[in-house]
Design a protein around this ligand. Structure first.
Ligand SMILES: NC(=O)c1ccc[n+]([C@@H]2O[C@H](COP(=O)([O-])OP(=O)(O)OC[C@H]3O[C@@H](n4cnc5c(N)ncnc54)[C@H](O)[C@@H]3O)[C@@H](O)[C@H]2O)c1
Ligand SMILES: OCCc1c[nH]c2ccccc12
Length: 279
């Protein structure tokens, strides 16, 4: 049974999510990849309207034969427009009566009316269309604005979180934790995927050799060591098994965590592909 974290609304969220937003080529059909992830033991799927695959995620869920209670589904508000219509559109595409977690995909989607928008999110939870509500890509100031007016606090903030941006994301993680908000981190494998060849690589390799695990497992273990849940992905079955084994691996030592922090603070190699801000 995958590990879960307790959210501030009493619900539990599996700490290892399979993301459908980026592995695959633009507009590639992800149905088979989601089926493979569910087959491998993932029970948390992360999607969004802007990934244009909620219908495919829905098909994979039905194909898996898993019951609704065995699955945790996250989707997001990201195209703008009326929020109640957006959530109903997502539920229609997914073929579900409710999602487990509904996130605001980025702060600018609600900046014109933070209070009114968050009230719509609170209504979604109260109406049972989402069991939990949260945000994504929010910094401390943006979290503060929501918390100030919230009757129901966000349960989760999903952000880019890897050794190369740890120095700048640390404050958001700590602020969230202080307010009982769980941080979920995407792009945790940046040193392997987008920015290979940087100062984090040799540090991760040394730790991987000591533990006899993969570099990806060391990086995800590092994410978990910061109290951050994981959203990752792969089209490869072997990697899915690696990711799922992370919770059972021995913890990194404090010195190893500090060594990754220090290497990450030096920044990514200059060859790194630039971070693209979609939202
Ligand atoms: N909320 C947001 O704004 C937002 C933004 C980006 C992503 N996401 C979500 O997070 C998910 C994961 O994002 P990501 O893809 O950036 O995560 P990630 O950093 O975990 O990268 C996953 C990629 O790393 C590759 N990888 C794994 N091991 C490797 C190795 N040894 N060498 C080279 N490559 C390796 C995988 O094959 C996969 O393509 C997305 O699918 C999406 O669901 C959300
Ligand atoms: O989750 C936001 C970043 C992202 C990942 N995959 C995408 C596809 C289209 C638009 C944005 C994204």
């Amino acid at each position: 049974m995958p590990t879960t974290v307790k959210l501030n609304d009493g619900n539990e969220m599996p700490t290892m999510a399979f993301g459908t937003g980026s592995v695959m080529k633009e507009k590639e059909d992800v149905t088979g990849f989601v089926e493979q992830a569910l087959d491998s033991g993932f029970d948390h799927i992360d999607t969004a309207p802007i990934y244009y695959n909620e219908n495919q995620v829905g098909a994979a869920i039905r194909e898996s034969g898993l019951s609704r209670e065995e699955l945790y589904i996250t989707t997001k508000y990201d195209f703008g427009g009326p929020i109640q219509k957006a959530v109903r559109d997502s539920l229609d595409k997914l073929g579900l009566k409710s999602v487990d977690l509904y996130l605001i995909h980025g702060p600018n989607l609600i900046e014109k009316d933070v209070e009114g928008s968050w009230k719509e999110f609170e209504k979604i939870k109260e109406d049972g269309l989402a069991k939990s509500i949260g945000v994504s890509n929010f910094n401390v100031e943006q979290l503060r604005k929501v918390i100030k007016i919230a009757r129901i606090k966000p349960a989760v903030n999903q952000i880019n979180f890897n050794p190369y941006n740890y120095a700048s994301q640390k404050a958001a993680v700590e602020y969230a934790a202080k307010h009982g908000i769980v941080t979920a981190g995407y792009s945790g494998l940046t040193p392997l995927s987008r920015s290979p060849g940087g100062p984090v690589d040799p540090v991760v390799s040394t730790i991987a050799a000591r533990l006899n695990v993969s570099a990806a497992q060391v990086l995800l273990k590092w994410v978990r060591s910061k109290g951050v849940a994981v959203v990752t992905t792969s089209s490869k079955k072997e990697r899915l098994a690696e990711y799922l084994a992370v919770e059972e691996l021995p913890d990194l030592t404090a010195a190893e965590i500090a060594a990754i922090d220090a290497a990450g603070a030096k920044g990514p190699p200059s060859t790194a592909s630039p971070v693209v801000h979609f939202l």
